[in-house]
Design a binder for this molecule. Structure first.
Ligand SMILES: N[C@@H](CCC(=O)N[C@@H](CS)C(=O)NCC(=O)O)C(=O)O
Length: 204
C-alpha cells in the first residue's frame, strides 16, 4: 500500500500515525498538490492528499476513511471502538480536530494565495480563527485532567488532537494555546514522544 501525501499535511500525518500505531507498513509517496504539474486528481478527483493506493490499484480517500480502514486491517491496538455510541464519540473528536485544521488551512490559503493580494478578507480570517479558538477550548475541556481524550484509553481521538496541536505549532506559532491550556501542553508533550509521532515530523 502507498499513501500519497506531503510531510506538511496534518491529514497525511494523521493517516501515517494510524498505520504506524497499527504496525502496518505503509510507503509514503510525496506529491505536491500545489504544483501546476500535480497528477493528484487522477487519484482523487478532489485533488487532495492523502489518498491511499492499495495493492490492487484501488484508491481510497480521505483521511477519515483511511484511518478507519487501517484500524479494520488488523486487531493490533484498536483505534476506533466498535460499539456504535463510542465509535461516534471518537469520530466526533476526529471531526472537531479536522474542522480546526480545515479552518487553519483556509486561513493560510487566504493569507498566501498568490494573485489574491488585493482581496484578502480579515473578516474571513477572523471567522476561521474563531473556529480554531473555540475548537481548542472544547478539546481542552473534553480532555480535562484525563490522560487520554476518550474513555482513558489511547485511541484515534488522541491521534487527531496530537496532530492538530503539532500542526498549530508548525504553522501558527503565534497562537499561544500552550499557556492558555496547560492540559493540552502536557498532552502534546506526552503524545509527541510516541514513536508514531516521532517518526512523522512536519518539515522544518
Ligand atoms: N478532509 C480531507 C482534507 C484533505 C486536505 O484538505 N488536504 C490538503 C492538504 S493539507 C490538500 O490536499 N489541499 C489541496 C487542495 O485543496 O486543492 C482529509 O481529511 O483528508
Amino acid at each position: 500500500m502507498k499513501l500519497i501525501g506531503s510531510l506538511a499535511s496534518p491529514y497525511v500525518r494523521k493517516s501515517r500515525i494510524a498505520f504506524a500505531e497499527k504496525k502496518i507498513e505503509l510507503e509514503l509517496v510525496l506529491e505536491d498538490v500545489w504544483s501546476p504539474t500535480t497528477k493528484m486528481a487522477e487519484m482523487n478527483p478532489l485533488g487532495k492528499v492523502p489518498a491511499l493506493v492499495m495493492d490492487d490499484g484501488g484508491v481510497m480517500f480521505d483521511s477519515r476513511v483511511i484511518v478507519e480502514y487501517a484500524d479494520a486491517l488488523s486487531p493490533v491496538g484498536h483505534l476506533i471502538p466498535t460499539n456504535g455510541k463510542d465509535k461516534a464519540a471518537v469520530k466526533t473528536w476526529e471531526a472537531l480536530c479536522d474542522g480546526i485544521l480545515d479552518a487553519a488551512i483556509l486561513i493560510r490559503l487566504e493569507k498566501t494565495w498568490v494573485g489574491r493580494e488585493q482581496h484578502r478578507s480579515p473578516a474571513w480570517i477572523d471567522r476561521q480563527m474563531s473556529k480554531i479558538n473555540a475548537g481548542l477550548k472544547s478539546i481542552s475541556e473534553g480532555l480535562g485532567s484525563n490522560p487520554w481524550c476518550y474513555n482513558n484509553q489511547f485511541c484515534l481521538a488522541d491521534i487527531a488532537v496530537g496532530c492538530v496541536l503539532s500542526y498549530l505549532l508548525f504553522r501558527f506559532p503565534e497562537i499561544n494555546w500552550r499557556d492558555e491550556y496547560p492540559n493540552l501542553s502536557t498532552f502534546h508533550d506526552k503524545i509527541s514522544q510516541r514513536p508514531s509521532f516521532v517518526d512523522t515530523p512536519h518539515p522544518n
